[in-house]
Write a protein that binds this ligand. Structure first.
Ligand SMILES: [Zn+2]
Length: 359
């Protein structure tokens, strides 16, 4: 079966202002890269055109008052926080972005594709039930999860590898033991949350798993976290579907963050995620674009590599252009791995009361 690419030209319409980091070129450059590589002609891929999410899908996540606020503010424009204006027309663009996540989920559940990547904007993982924040308005991931659960899936795993903590997604699923939420993120950093002690509440205790990492963290630490924490816990959880909040701002060329993942590192993560989905849930995997601001740097290459992994193509040639690699040593922190090992040791103590595989 094929890999779905969810995209709509209106995903380029949203813009707070031309120099804002979350700008339309993030996506248009990626689409140019995919076109240049002939992705849209390959039989391994299916292009999927999304529709706006239904209001009932949105209200399964967000409070009605907040949705009304977004709709009204979108008429002439409005404001949420210093990073997050509401440009006119935002409401329809945000509904279409969430609809991209839903379309990816439907295509997988309808067996039109094996897995799918929604290249949607604006992103969503900082949006909570009743608020937007950090470039996000509607939580696309949470809308997807509630939608696939409505369609019959019982347990969903979310791996949020965006460089920022997925605080909105965490808030929405914090008491929920049917949704397993992992977040790997630079810490301390925006939004300030995501310490290892934030691990869920009530029935959801142990089902929120935060992996804060220091500046300069690179591929070896992410692979270590996958092997030590993510894979054993997901196996025990046994999800019906694996989802990825795919933020590519942990790449070493990203201008907003100080992490040091490479394109190859991202490909390895997606390869491992797909292998887990194959093992546990018939390959059902849905990725949603979150952050990633290295518009002219690593972002298009990383998105291409991730997509190629999802389709089972050979990704050995998917590396960062040599011209960028000169920036890597300045970003990479050789001591970060020791720090991550120490954090993992402490995190395992917290998780061991929930997960047998971590004992
Ligand atoms: Zn981010």
């Amino acid at each position: 079966m094929r890999t779905g690419i969810v995209y709509h030209d209106r995903y380029l319409a949203h813009e707070q202002y031309p120099s804002h980091p979350e700008r339309r070129e993030r996506l248009s450059y990626t689409m140019d890269q995919l076109e240049e590589e002939g992705i849209f002609e390959k039989e391994e891929f299916l292009l999927i055109t999304p529709k706006p999410a239904s209001i009932s899908d949105i209200l399964a996540v967000h409070e009605e008052d907040y949705l009304t606020f977004l709709e009204r503010s979108s008429v002439v424009g409005g404001y949420i926080d210093a990073d997050t204006n509401i440009p006119p027309g935002l409401y329809q663009n945000a509904l279409l972005s969430a609809g991209g996540a839903v379309a990816a989920g439907d295509a997988v559940l309808d067996k039109k594709v094996r897995n799918a990547f929604a290249f949607c904007r604006p992103p969503g993982h900082h949006a909570g039930k009743r608020n937007g924040a950090g470039f996000c308005y509607l939580n696309n991931m949470a809308v997807l999860v509630q939608h696939v659960k409505k369609r019959g899936l019982k347990r969903v795993a979310i791996i949020d590898w965006d460089a920022h903590h997925g605080n909105g997604t965490q808030e929405i699923f914090y008491p929920d033991s049917t949704v397993l939420f992992f977040s790997v993120h630079q810490y301390p950093f925006y939004p300030g949350t995501g310490g290892i002690n934030e691990s869920g509440t009530g029935a959801g205790r142990g089902y929120t798993i935060n992996m804060p990492v220091p500046a300069g963290t690179s591929d070896e630490s992410y692979e270590y976290l996958f092997t030590e924490i993510i894979a054993p816990v997901i196996r025990e959880f046994s999800p019906d579907c694996v989802t990825i909040s795919a933020g590519q701002d942990a790449h070493f060329t990203d201008p907003l963050i100080s992490l040091a993942l490479t394109t190859k590192g991202y490909a390895t993560l997606m390869h491992k995620a797909c292998a887990l989905a194959d093992e546990l849930c018939k390959g059902r995997l849905i990725a949603i674009l979150e952050g990633g601001y290295s518009v002219c740097g690593g972002l298009p290459y990383t998105n291409l590599a991730i997509l190629a992994c999802m389709a089972g193509l050979d990704t050995s040639h998917c590396t960062d252009p040599q011209a960028y690699m000169s920036a890597f040593p300045d970003r990479y922190n050789p001591r970060s791995f020791d720090h991550v090992r120490g954090m993992t040791h402490d995190l395992k103590k917290i998780l061991s009361s929930t997960w047998n595989n971590i004992r």
